[in-house]
Design a binder for this molecule. Sequence first.
Ligand SMILES: [Zn+2]
Length: 372
Amino acid sequence: MKKKTQPEYIPPIKLEPEGYLDEKGNPKSLKQLSEGITTLDETFEENNYQIRKAWKTYSPTNIGQDEIGRMAYVPETSMRKSESPIKRKIGRPYWILALNKARDQRPKTEDKEKENDAPCHCKLCKNILEKNMTITKIGNYSITPNGFPYFDYALLGIDGSTPFRAQTDIPRPEEIDTWGKICAIFNLAAFFNPPHAGASIYEHQHVQLFDPKVFKLDGKITPLPLFNKEFTEEIPVRKDSSDVFYVRGYPIPTLMFLGYNAPDKVYNAAHLARELNFAFNIEVLIADDQEKFYFQLRNPANETSICMKRKCGGLEMMGVALLGDIEEKSGEKNITTDGTKVSTKMSYNTMRKNLINASYPREFLDYIAKRF
Ligand SMILES: [Zn+2]
């Protein structure tokens, strides 16, 4: 029997603001990175390693005498695949189902009114920012651990501009550009949930950041279904288009933007969607040495998520269902990850139907795609 040893205390790690770390761990300026963005080499893996290492130091198990806050719990996530009954040449398309069993076990204390001049944050990030949980800052965004992580390395990009930007505001091109930069610096993925597209806090802008390599099934890194090249194909919206694509082979109609002007195009797509009264999601992934921006329409009036008894989340639009919400226990009761209940309550086809209902048929996205 191994003796239980107290994990070594590591002071919460802060990374050089506005910068990244090179392969030797030395801080470098963001500018140098932007210039060299065409190759995603070991430096990016090193940065990814650094931010994951930093994230862990905000774990509640890393107890030290400091004034820095901790996440509410260590996520205990189990994952499984929900595979299509129909086999394709390459294999079976799938969804990823994830259940986090960890819950906030911190002692409940009364909210104390703080008499300082710190700007008032929304309830999602108030604690995170006041407890100094910012790992680094990129542009106007504080990069922090997600206070209630669903899985390891769940992070938040918290807007810190003055005046604050609201989640209801259409993100500006420079903001979308910064999300891409954050993802490129740390080799992370991002998603943005505006109102009626998975968001719960409207008064302040946040972008969810995560490590796409965190999804492991049978010990193998499993790509998010939207990003799985085995089942999806990027088709230019027009013959002469080299920077706007449809993602085919994925049930939710999706546009993908590449290149220098991608953030402007995503902004325009979002603007158009808002004018037409559609909700939308934006996702960012680093792949093929590029920042890829994904755009999907959302139809909150029509969506049903039978399993979770709530609206579909932003992550779900990429093919990952988070079973059993942290705040509501309704889903949790009926779900076990090793029993049969998950598969009966959330079959491949049920989730497919939920996601199709949460979006609009392709003609609607075509209308937007035609503008590019
Ligand atoms: Zn906030």
